[in-house]
Design a binder for this molecule. Structure first.
Ligand SMILES: *Cc1c(COP(=O)(O)O)cnc(C)c1O
Length: 381
């Protein structure tokens, strides 16, 4: 078969670039120990209750999961104090994002609006689905990565069916207040009554005060808003693929009709239930991240890096003026066995993003950074 037979939008597609894996770096640099602070994973690893649940259910993987994941849906509905009919679950929130686009946005007819840069899955899934995406540059002038919702709304047309925002944002960590999101929802309803606002709250629980930033946490659910959450970050299940949404009920009904029947597998469902039950692990995760975030920000500022305030489990930073490039810094860290994230795919080639690790990983990262920048200063003399 010739490639030319493939739909043009797929041929032109820029695939999602994941962070480098530990195995890749070990092989390439001949290292035994590698610290990965690239993909915003849980700094404490996997909860013990989750491990036990997976062991307990290992013998049942020959069975199909129960259709509609009712126990997990029930547990999530209880936690958020909403009707179970509003909960959808998927193979990571990535699956939910893809399905929302397919459910709501007709190719060649409707469009999606989001910021630029943004989480790359939105534009990638839009492209795969042949849907126009209208991007609004993030407030670059104050250089604080804050959201200009008025500018975003200017991109909205009669044919916009979905507006995505990420709160806290990836890769900046910026997080608007719940009140600002609410007024965005109101204005959007005035402009385009058939458009939904998708609020991706993948990192919201790392904020110092979740209530201050999340309408969902306040149980304030405007009719035209849907919320996305994930088990990949604070619950530590990135490798099992489990995400969920709290969405308007009619949309949830259609979601279940369209979703592939067993995309959330038996182990993911059991692990999800165990993760929800393990409140101690989650509390420990949140305090580890909040403390680590403060420590890394302080440490980076001490060596004259610019660090943006973050409500998430990662920090966006830039190296001091007249030092090395982000690319060089990234490579020197790799040689020392530390993987962080370059942001070329976000069109931010001079910025870097580091995920908050556990205390010893954070210390190793800061020591390596100090070393790298000191060497540069010596060479420059
Ligand atoms: C990590 C992340 C997610 C979670 O994706 P999963 O598919 O649930 O692993 C969603 N949105 C953003 C912005 C993220 O960074």
């Amino acid at each position: 078969m010739q490639t030319t037979a493939v739909r043009p939008e797929i041929q032109q597609l820029q695939a999602y670039t994941p962070g480098l894996s530990i195995a890749e770096i070990q092989r390439k640099y001949g290292l035994t120990q590698v610290v990965k602070m690239a993909s915003n994973e849980n700094p404490l690893g996997t909860s013990n209750l989750v491990r036990e649940a997976i062991r307990r259910h290992a013998a049942y993987v020959f069975r199909y999961p129960q259709g509609g994941n009712p126990r997990l849906v029930g547990a999530l509905a209880d936690m958020h104090g909403v009707e179970p009919g509003r909960i959808v679950v998927g193979n990571g929130s990535d699956e939910i994002i893809d399905l929302l686009i397919r459910l709501l946005v007709a190719p060649g007819k409707h469009n999606i609006v989001c910021f630029e840069p943004c989480f790359s899955i939105y534009p990638i899934q839009a492209a795969i689905n042949g849907v126009e995406i209208r991007r609004c540059p993030i407030n670059a002038v104050p250089d604080d990565f804050s959201f200009d919702f008025d500018a975003l709304l200017k991109r909205v047309t009669d044919d916009t069916r979905l507006v995505f925002i990420t709160t806290p944002d990836n890769p900046s960590g910026y997080c608007p207040r719940a009140g600002a999101v609410k007024s965005l929802a109101r204005s959007l309803a005035d402009i385009s009554p058939r458009c939904l606002l998708a609020v991706d709250e993948a990192y919201i629980d790392f904020a110092d005060d979740e209530q201050e930033h999340s309408l969902l946490a306040r149980r304030d659910l405007p009719e035209n808003v849907l919320f996305l959450r994930t088990f990949s970050k604070s619950y530590g299940l990135a490798g099992l693929r489990l995400g969920y949404g709290v969405v308007p009920q009619p949309l949830a009904e259609c979601y279940w009709r369209a979703r592939l029947p067993f995309s959330v597998n038996i182990l993911a469902e059991e692990a999800g239930l165990a993760a929800l039950a393990d409140t101690a692990f989650r509390e420990a995760t949140l305090s580890t991240v909040r403390e680590g975030r403060r420590g890394i920000a302080e440490g980076l500022r001490d060596i004259r890096c610019k660090v943006w305030p973050s409500s998430a489990n990662f920090l966006l930073f830039k190296l001091p003026e007249n030092s090395i490039s982000a690319q060089t810094c990234f490579e020197r860290l790799l040689e020392k066995g530390i993987i962080i994230r370059q942001l070329k795919s976000y069109a931010l080639p001079e910025h870097l993003r580091v995920s908050v690790g556990n205390p010893s990983e954070n210390a190793a990262f800061l020591a390596a950074m100090k070393d790298i920048l000191q060497q540069t200063a010596l060479r420059a003399r």
